[in-house]
Every structure is written in C-alpha cells, then in structure tokens.
Design a protein around this ligand. Structure first.
Ligand SMILES: Cc1cc2nc3c(=O)[nH]c(=O)nc-3n(C[C@H](O)[C@H](O)[C@H](O)COP(=O)(O)OP(=O)(O)OC[C@H]3O[C@@H](n4cnc5c(N)ncnc54)[C@H](O)[C@@H]3O)c2cc1C
Length: 321
C-alpha cells in the first residue's frame, strides 16, 4: 500500500484535520506514507509533517499556487499519483479539500468515499467506516479499484506526533490550461477571538432556547470566561442568529472538547452526532424531559437566563481568585 495525504494549510499552518488524517494513515502500518503541500512560500511547513508520520512530503511551492483554488492542486496530486503510483489518497473534510478530492476522482476515474469516520486495513485492501441513517449506524464501505480516495469527517482523528522530520521533495507544478482559468478575486477573513471550534478544549453552544440572537452574548460571555469557543445548533444558524461556521452536528462540525456546555439545546440526534464524544457534557435546559439530559454528564434544569449569568460570574470569580 502507498498512501498520499493532502496537507491543507492556511496562514502558515498545516491544518489540524489534515495532520490527524496523516497520523491515522501512519498508524495503518503502511511504510510508504507521504504528504503533499501545495501553495506559495510553504516549503518550511513540509518538514514538520514528518512528526505526524509522513516519511516523505512533496512540496509544490510556486507563486502561481498562492490562491487556494482546487484545480491547480488537482494537477499536482494527479501528477504525483501518476508518477509514483499511490494507491490511496486521503483528505480531511474542508471546502477546499472536498473540491480537490471530487475533481481528482473525476480526473483519475477513481472511487471517492466521503464522510468517513474511520478506516482499517483488511487483507491487502482498506475498509472505511461511514455513518448512515442519521448517524445511527456505521456501514463498511470499500473501493472497487485503485487509487482509493477518501474524505474524513472533520475532527475524526487527533494528530499524533510519532516521527521525526520528513524527506522534503520539491515538485514542479505543471498546470493544465483549464486549471488557470479561475482566479481568486478576494479573500476575506472573519474576525474572531478565542480558540477555533475544532481545537477548543471548552465549547459553550447555544440553541433556540436562547430566544433570540441578542441573547447569544450569554453564551459568548460564558465561553470567554472559560477560555472556550462558541458553538450553535442548526436551528439558530438557519434562523440567522449565528454564523454557519459555528454549527455543530451532522451538517456542521464534529467536535470533541473536554467540556461541552449546551445552553437551551434540545439534543436532537443531528446535533448529538457532532458533540457526543465530548469528555464531559453539561446541559442547561428548562425542560426536564429534554433529550439532551439522556446523554449529559451533568444536567441543570432551569431557565438559562437565570443560570448562565450566575455561572459566568462564578467562573470569573474562581478564575480571578
Ligand atoms: C438532515 C438534517 C440535518 C441536521 N443537521 C443538524 C446539525 O448539524 N446540527 C444541529 O444542531 N441540528 C441539525 N439538524 C436539526 C435538528 O434536528 C434540530 O432541529 C436542532 O438541533 C434543534 O436545535 P435546538 O436544540 O437549538 O432547538 P430546539 O429543538 O427548539 O430546542 C430548544 C431547547 O431550548 C429549551 N429552552 C427553551 N427556553 C429555554 C430557557 N429559557 N432556558 C433553558 N432552556 C430553554 C427547550 O426546552 C428546548 O429543549 C438537522 C436536521 C436535519 C433534518
């Protein structure tokens, strides 16, 4: 087996999700695990990937690759697969990686399994695990031919430092004419403070029980006091109360912080699947029969408007002391 992992980077850092997939690839026992970094001014990121299990990291470093557009990246990956015969190409879930994986599958006429939450070696092949039926069951999925392409659900694997520096191999980007047709017009960054949802050890998430977008400050203040990030349910995202980037669940992000505080959240299955692997779950809900209490470690039955400000105040006092 030979595995190539796409290592997405932003603002000078390899993405945690991609490093998690790389660590998992290394654990599969495949000696030939390589990463690939594509961009401009990204060469120094490559060696770092060795720590997470890459024996080799290919780097396509060129000013023409600066914009995070998929097609030039597909050219680089397709050339590597063609030249080195990688039989498995793995991606973590992100908008860019999903675009690249889909286009690479079309280019190579390869099978792509997506939304996987695990993968294991079976004989001389691989079997992926994919949640189905509202995440209530896991199904085994496979590939009929190589190369096998897969996208893993975000937050599935933690990066594990197991190795040393990787051999860095420069590759030149031979771009197809159609791959340069798109240009990036503008890049905008959402201003945010505190840790990213995927990395946060503490998440305070708000639901429709907040009653309105203005009450999200209750959640934000508690998250700030705990040094955590803010999450949201789809109900409040769909209502426009909070941005989609904060949505947790089946159609949002999967998180596994040490502490997850659910404020005014009923605990629908589609929300549960995105946060159920949190170490400790605390729910604040006025309905004692809310489903969230069935999978919470600690439940507070009460009006969030009374409970949350007091809790925030207490946390501030304790932390200040
Ligand atoms: C295909 C599909 C995908 C989906 N994907 C997602 C997803 O990714 N993420 C997600 O979250 N949802 C998802 N959903 C939606 C999901 O089914 C639920 O509708 C949603 O999670 C409910 O959000 P909520 O808990 O904020 O709202 P509600 O279910 O309305 O719950 C609000 C809760 O707040 C409590 N409450 C009200 N007032 C107070 C108060 N003053 N104090 C304390 N508690 C109070 C109520 O008792 C209630 O339990 C999906 C649905 C479908 C069909």
């Amino acid at each position: 087996m030979s595995t190539l992992v796409y290592l997405e980077h932003h603002e000078g850092e390899l993405q945690k999700g991609a490093l998690g997939v790389l660590s998992k690839a290394a654990q599969l026992g495949d000696a030939d695990v390589a990463g690939v970094v594509v961009g401009s001014g990204v060469r120094e990121l490559a060696a770092d990937a060795g720590k997470f299990g890459a024996a080799k990291v290919f780097v396509a470093d060129d000013p023409s690759l600066d914009a995070p557009l998929p097609q030039p990246r597909v050219d680089v990956l397709a050339a590597l697969v063609g030249e080195h015969g990688y039989d498995t190409v793995l991606f973590h879930a992100s908008v860019l990686s999903a675009d690249i994986a889909a286009a690479l599958a079309a280019r190579l006429e390869a099978g792509l399994n997506w939304d996987l939450v695990d993968i294991e070696g079976t004989g001389d092949g691989l079997t992926g695990k994919r949640p189905a039926l509202g995440d209530s069951v896991l199904v085994d999925v496979g590939w009929k031919s190589a190369p096998r392409l897969a996208i893993f659900r975000s937050g599935t694997f933690e990066p594990k430092e197991t190795g040393g520096p990787a051999e860095v191999v420069d590759v030149s980007a031979q771009l197809e004419e159609h791959s340069t047709a798109a240009t990036m017009v503008e890049r905008a960054h959402e201003e945010s403070s505190g840790p990213a949802l995927e990395d946060a050890e503490v998440i305070v998430a708000g639901g429709r029980g907040l009653g309105g977008p203005e009450n999200f400050t209750l959640v934000e203040e508690l998250a700030k006091a705990l040094g955590g990030a803010v999450g949201a349910t789809r109900a409040v995202v769909d209502a426009g109360w909070y941005p989609y980037a904060h949505q947790i669940g089946q159609t949002g992000k999967t998180v596994s912080p040490k502490l997850y505080i659910a404020v005014g959240i009923s605990g629908a299955i589609q929300h549960k699947v995105g946060m159920q692997s949190s170490s400790t779950i605390v729910a604040i809900n006025k309905d004692p029969n809310a489903p969230i209490f069935e999978f919470s470690d600690l439940g507070v039955v009460g009006d969030l408007h009374q409970v949350v400000p007091k809790l925030t105040e207490l946390v501030k006092q304790r932390r200040g002391a």
